[in-house]
Design a protein around this ligand. Structure first.
Ligand code: XMP
Length: 520
């Protein structure tokens, strides 16, 4: 949220480049308060109207690297409550005459802070032994207390882990209250917002919707926007949001790759074109995809072919929309940070993920990415606020390359339809047994092996179906879901009895890692 909404009271977060800055904003939203993030090098342009508190984020810099830190320190003297986190804690210390030095022990990970004195910031923070678990990530530390400040708590390696100047309402914590590993971190933010800044709750999905719609309107004006709609949560929420914001100036393009779940294309057309009356360009590209994928069994080649074809088709059909200037995408915040490791270096490539997020730069369209500061659960809540059906909002994730990567080996029309049927039986079984929402993602896959079976008195020689159901927080790690025998037996019977082409069902009991969620 880096646009100003002058009507709302807010918390201003000054970002010094921490990977957790968006997490601070997210925690504040969770507490029902509006916040804005401003980069430290723009802090000389701050409009402090309606700012009820300032948070200085962490960051990779050293407080004495003056040239890199473009920070207008006069904001520290405006009588607005301030909370410094990690680097923010160090900068407060330096600005008020304390000292910061490289620590002998770099602290990364869990630590314990021990109470020295009472503080408004720390209401309900310490346990009965006056201790609290926190998450540290720093190599510099405060070595001399700034003028007018008191130490509130210390840790084994940080003498000044929490400091305050209570009369000026300035606070500094060496650790990160915004991460879940800091057990009572949210309590610190809560105390800062409501006890110290005395800000009122003013933020909800309803407010978020209003703000995003206004932002889209002022960005897009009278121009036209296209959006690649997949039927998944993120693109559906973006499409609905844009439709509310700009109505018929939005055109969605839905490409039926032929690799979708059973009846998916019918559902998408029914929801977006018939019910919501959006401009929807439906492209039936089943045969094109099938032809290009003929005899291709290498997973990466499949992914590349599908990704490239998708882009080509999207480009072709977007030309049919006259005077388009914008491309809307359902990029979420985790999508932006996913390719970076904790240290900021690139992670090794496991799979080339294809989704509409990878759409062509050469199309020279300006991007509209209204969800790019949000996390998945916030997008789901926004979707409900936009009155999208629970069916769409709570759908399991589905990969861009679709069934192609749930079918190791060659792809044929026959295999696709066998797989669609098996998947449909499995998913319906989960829904009717109230299991669907307990599972993060589930699907059926078709393995490229045939095995012998017996049905009636006859020998069969057919494909093997693999079922996968996992629990996860974010798809980065996963564990398999435990079903009871009766459920498994039921599903297995239904699949084998109803689908010609499958005579054996297996359940995948690997976690991620070592396996991935999809087979390819
Ligand atoms: P893996 O298989 O990498 O999957 O453990 C993690 C999550 O990402 C989804 N996935 C994709 N999503 N395009 C997408 O939009 C892709 O190419 C893609 N590949 C995997 C997968 O379904 C799971 O939720």
């Amino acid at each position: 949220m880096d646009k100003t909404d002058s009507a709302l009271s807010k918390i201003l977060i000054i970002d010094f480049g921490s990977q957790f800055t968006q997490l601070i904003a997210r925690k504040i939203r969770e507490l029902g308060v509006y916040s804005e993030i401003l980069s430290h090098n723009k802090s000389n342009k701050i409009n402090l109207e309606n700012v009820k508190g300032i948070i200085l984020s962490g960051g990779p810099l050293n407080v004495y690297q003056d040239k890199k830190i473009k920070f207008d320190n006069t904001i520290l003297k405006k009588n607005i409550p301030i909370l410094g986190i990690c680097f923010g804690h160090q900068i407060i210390s330096k600005e008020f005459g304390g000292k910061v030095k490289q620590s002998k022990f770099r602290e990364f990970g869990l630590a314990e802070v021990i109470k020295i004195k009472k503080s408004l910031l720390l209401k309900n923070f310490f346990d009965k032994k006056n201790k609290s678990k926190v998450w540290m990530s720093h190599s510099d530390q405060v070595t001399k207390l700034p003028r007018g400040f008191k130490t509130v708590a210390y840790s084994k390696n940080s003498k000044f882990a929490i400091i305050e100047n209570s009369s000026k309402k300035i606070y500094g914590v060496q650790f990160h209250p915004e991460v879940t590993h800091t057990t009572k971190g949210k309590q610190i933010l809560k105390n800062f917002l409501f006890v110290i800044c005395k800000i009122n709750r003013n933020w909800s999905s309803k407010q978020l919707k209003k703000k995003l719609i206004n932002d889209v309107r002022s960005m897009v004006g009278n121009k036209k926007v296209i959006c690649a709609l997949s039927g998944g949560v993120d693109s559906s929420v973006v499409a609905k949001l844009l439709h509310e914001a700009i109505g018929k100036k939005l055109s969605c393009i839905f490409v039926n790759t032929g690799l979708l779940r059973k009846n998916e294309e019918i559902e998408v057309v029914k929801t977006f074109k018939k019910r919501l009356k959006m401009n929807l360009i439906y492209v039936n590209a089943k045969n094109i995809f099938l032809n290009k994928l003929k005899n291709v069994s290498d997973p990466e080649r499949k992914r590349k072919i599908i990704g490239n074809l998708f882009i080509k088709i999207f480009e072709k059909y977007s030309k049919r929309v006259k005077n388009v200037e914008f491309l809307a995408q359902g990029t979420l915040y985790p999508d932006l940070i996913e390719s970076k490791s904790v240290t900021g270096s690139q992670t090794s490539k496991i799979k080339s993920h294809h989704n509409v997020g990878g759409l062509p730069k050469k199309m020279k369209l300006k991007l509209v990415e209204p969800l790019k500061f949000l996390f998945k659960d916030e997008v789901r809540k926004l979707g409900l606020e936009l009155k999208l059906s629970k069916e769409i909002i709570n759908r399991h994730p589905f990969p861009g390359p679709g069934l192609a990567i749930r079918m190791p080996g060659n792809i044929t029309k026959e295999k696709i339809s066998i797989l669609q049927e098996a998947d449909n039986i499995f998913i319906n079984g989960l829904k009717s047994n109230n299991l669907y929402h307990k599972i993060w993602q589930a699907y059926a896959a078709l393995l490229p092996v045939k095995t012998v079976g017996v049905m009636g008195d006859n020998r069969t020689y057919e494909y093997m179906c693999l079922l996968r159901a996992i629990t996860s927080e974010d798809g980065m790690t996963a564990d398999f879901f435990s079903f009871n025998k009766e459920f498994m037996q039921n599903i297995s019977n239904k699949i084998i009895n109803n689908i010609k082409g499958i005579n054996r069902v297996v359940y995948d009991v690997t976690s991620k890692p070592p396996s991935t969620i999809e087979l390819e």
